[in-house]
Design a protein. Structure first.
Ligand code: ATP
Ligand code: MG
Length: 581
C-alpha cells in the first residue's frame, strides 16, 4: 500500500470560523487549518498536519547543520541551577527563567537556552587545541516564561529551537564557523521559501559584526528593520543612527513664553518649526547614582540599549524625582541645570550651534541657545533609535523601513561562559586558555509561523512544497462511485510513484467543502477529478499560490509531472509553477 495521506482518516479538524483571540494570520490559519491547538497561553499541541510541517522544517534545519559540519546531540531540557549560578545568569535572567525544585530540594530550571549546559559538558573533555574547533547542535523544546506570549507559535512559552554551540582556540576559527553557520542559516531561509534579510543586530561593538539576526520580512513582524539598497540592514533597536537635525536660528538666545506647551509636538507647532529643530530632554539616574540629562533631536527617540551602553543601569527619573532635583517636566533644557547633572547629547546635535529647548521653568522655552556659550555638553554619543529616512551608515543614502520576524540569530560569544565556568584548553603555546565560543539559534516553530505570515491569502495557507504537509492533494469531486473515486485513487498512486507526497480528500463531503479545506490547509497543488473531466480524459490542476488552473490529459499525467519531480528533487521551493508558465 502506497503511503498516501487519506483525509477521511486524518485527524485534521478544520474550523470554518476565525478563532476569536488570534490576531495574526499565521496564528489564525494554523488553528483553522487543523494544524495545532492551544492548551494554555503560549502552549500548543501540534496535530498531525502541523506535525508534518514542523518535522520538515526541523529536517531542513538539521540537514543544513550537518552540511555545515555541526554534530547533533541532545541535552536535557531540565538544567541544574548550579550551572546557572556559575555563569551568573540564575540571577540575571529574570522571571523568564522557569525554576523548579526536586523532591530533594535541589533547584533546576527549564532550559530557555543551553550555553551553561553545553559548556559544562565539554569543559571536562575537550582539553587540547588539537581537538578544536567543535560545533554541537540539538533541536529541542525550550521554555521561556515570556511576559506576553502571543501570536501563536510566533512568541510561545514552549517552542522548538535548534541551538548550536561552537568551541574554538582562536578568533579566526570562530569567525570561520560563524561565517559557515550564517551561510547555512541563509540556506535554511531559502529552503523554507522565505523572503528574508540578514540584519545587523549590534553595530555598537567594535571589531566588526558580532551578531546577526535573520529576519523574515512581514507586515506584522515584531521587529523594526532599516535597510538600504547598498545591502546594509539593521534591527532598528540596534542599528547606528545617523540623523540630521535642523536649526531654528535666532540672533540671540530668546526666552519665549510657551503656556501649556509640554511636548515636542506642541513646541514645534507653537513655534511653527519642525520637530527636528527642537531638542528633546530626558533625565535619569545611572547605576552610579549620578544625575544625567540627555538631549536627542525632537523627531527621534532615545534608545534604551544605547543609553545603557553609555550609562550602565540608566533609568528615567520619576515625576517625583524630577521635582526633587528641581527639574521641570516638559520644560527641561541645558541652560541652568543643577551643577550635579552630567549632560550627554546625541552626536548629531554637535553640528547644531543653536538649540531650541526647555528653559528649566514651567511655561517657558529657549530658542537660539548657543552650544558652548549658553550651555555645555559633557559627552556625545549615538543615543537614538534609527528611523527610515536617516542616513545609511555604509553609503549615506536614506534608509528604508520594513518589519520583520526574527527567525534565527548567530552570535560570537567570546569567552563569556568559558571564563565564568572555568572551561579551558591547553593551547599550542602550552598555556591554559578559555574556549572562544559561538552560539547559533533557529526558531523552528517560529519559522513555521513566519512562512505562513508571508505565504497566505484570505482562503488559507500557501505552503512551499519543501515543508507542505504533502505536495499534492487529489480531490475527487464525488466518492463511492465506480468512476471518479477509482480514477482519483489511481492518479494519487501514480503521483506517489513519481516521488511526490500525496494526500487524497476521500471524505464524503460536498465539492465546496473540499475546495475550501484544500485552500485552507494550503497543499501546493490540487488535482481535481470530476466526472465531466474524466469523460474528456482530463483532470484539472490548481496552483494554490496563484489560483491558476489548467487541464491536463490523463494519458499525459506522468510525463507532465516529470519536470516537477525533477525540480522537487533539486530542492525547488515551488516545483509546480512550471506547469502554469
Ligand atoms: P526575541 O527577541 O524574539 O524574544 P530572542 O532574541 O530572545 O528572541 P534567541 O535567544 O536569539 O531569541 O533564540 C533563538 C531563536 O529562537 C530566535 O531567533 C527565535 O526564532 C526563537 N525564539 C525565541 N523566543 C521565542 C519564543 N518565545 N517563541 C518562539 N520562538 C522563539
Ligand atoms: Mg535573538
Amino acid at each position: 500500500m502506497k503511503n498516501i495521506l487519506r483525509m477521511s482518516k486524518a485527524y485534521a479538524p478544520t474550523l470554518k470560523e476565525d478563532p476569536s483571540d488570534a490576531e495574526l494570520a499565521s496564528h489564525r490559519l494554523l488553528l483553522r487549518a487543523g494544524m495545532m491547538r492551544k492548551n494554555a497561553a503560549g502552549l500548543y499541541t501540534f496535530l498531525p498536519l502541523g506535525m508534518r510541517v514542523l518535522n520538515k522544517v526541523e529536517a531542513i534545519v538539521n540537514e543544513e547543520m550537518d552540511n555545515a559540519g555541526a554534530q547533533r546531540i541532545l541535552m536535557p531540557f531540565v538544567q541544574p541551577a548550579d550551572l546557572w549560578h556559575e555563569s551568573g545568569r540564575w540571577d540575571d535572567y529574570g522571571p523568564e527563567l522557569a525554576r523548579l525544585t526536586d523532591r530533594h530540594g535541589v533547584e533546576y530550571c527549564l532550559g530557555p537556552t543551553h550555553e551553561e549546559l553545553i559548556t559544562s559538558v565539554v569543559r571536562n573533555e575537550l582539553k587540547s587545541y588539537k581537538q578544536l574547533p567543535v560545533n554541537l547542535y540539538q533541536t529541542q523544546v525550550k521554555f521561556r516564561d515570556e511576559i506576553r506570549p502571543r501570536f501563536g507559535l510566533m512568541r510561545g512559552r514552549e517552542f522548538l529551537m535548534k541551538d548550536a554551540y561552537s568551541f574554538h582556540a582562536t578568533q579566526e576559527s570562530l569567525q570561520e564557523t560563524y561565517d559557515d553557520m550564517s551561510e547555512a542559516y541563509g540556506k535554511i531561509c531559502d529552503r523554507l521559501g522565505m523572503v528574508w534579510r540578514p540584519v545587523e543586530a549590534d553595530s555598537g561593538q567594535i571589531g566588526g559584526k558580532v551578531t546577526c539576526e535573520f529576519m523574515a520580512l512581514a507586515e506584522y513582524g515584531e521587529a523594526e528593520i532599516v535597510h538600504c539598497e547598498c545591502g546594509y540592514a539593521a534591527d532598528a533597536e540596534a542599528g547606528e543612527c545617523i540623523c540630521a537635525p535642523s536649526m531654528y536660528e535666532r540672533d540671540a538666545m530668546e526666552k519665549i513664553s510657551t503656556p501649556g506647551v509640554h511636548t515636542i509636538e506642541e513646541l514645534a507647532s507653537f513655534l511653527g518649526i519642525s520637530e527636528s529643530a527642537c531638542m528633546k530632554a530626558l533625565s535619569g539616574k545611572g547605576a552610579d547614582g549620578k544625575l544625567y540629562v540627555l538631549f536627542v533631536p525632537g523627531d527621534h527617540e532615545l534608545n534604551e540599549i544605547k543609553i545603557n551602553r553609555e550609562v550602565p543601569g540608566f533609568e528615567l527619573l520619576t515625576d517625583e524625582e524630577m521635582v526633587e532635583y528641581g527639574l521641570f517636566k516638559g520644560s527641561m533644557g541645558p541652560v541652568g541645570l543643577p551643577e550635579s547633572a552630567t549632560v550627554i547629547a546625541d552626536r548629531s546635535l554637535k553640528d547644531i550651534p543653536q538649540w531650541t529647548v526647555g528653559a528649566n521653568e514651567d511655561g517657558y522655552h529657549l530658542a537660539g541657545a548657543r552650544l558652548g556659550e549658553d550651555f555645555k555638553v559633557d559627552g556625545w554619543a549615538d543615543l537614538c533609535t534609527v528611523k527610515p529616512g536617516d542616513a545609511c551608515p555604509v553609503c549615506g543614502k536614506p534608509l528604508g523601513g520594513a518589519r520583520g520576524i526574527e527567525v534565527s540569530q548567530v552570535f560570537q560569544l567570546g569567552t563569556k561562559y568559558s571564563e565564568a565556568m572555568g572551561a579551558t584548553f591547553m593551547d599550542e603555546d602550552g598555556t591554559e586558555k578559555p574556549f572562544i565560543m559561538g552560539c547559533y539559534g533557529v526558531g523552528v516553530s517560529r519559522s513555521m509561523a513566519a512562512v505562513v505570515e508571508q505565504r497566505h491569502d484570505d482562503a488559507g495557507i500557501m505552503w512551499p512544497a519543501s515543508i507542505a504537509p504533502a505536495h499534492i492533494c487529489v480531490v475527487p469531486l464525488t466518492v463511492g462511485d465506480d468512476l471518479v473515486q477509482p480514477a482519483a485513487e489511481e492518479i494519487a498512486g501514480k503521483l506517489a510513484d513519481q516521488g511526490f507526497e500525496v494526500a487524497i480528500d476521500d471524505r464524503n463531503e460536498r465539492a465546496g467543502v473540499k475546495f475550501a479545506d484544500a485552500d485552507l490547509i494550503g497543499w501546493p497543488l490540487q488535482v481535481v477529478v470530476g466526472k465531466r473531466g474524466l469523460a474528456d480524459g482530463k483532470v484539472e490542476l490548481k496552483l494554490r499560490s496563484t489560483g491558476a488552473k489548467c487541464d491536463i490529459a490523463l494519458d499525459d499525467l506522468e510525463r507532465t509531472f516529470v519536470p516537477c519531480a525533477e525540480a522537487l528533487a533539486a530542492g525547488a521551493v515551488d516545483p509546480f509553477d512550471i506547469l502554469f508558465e
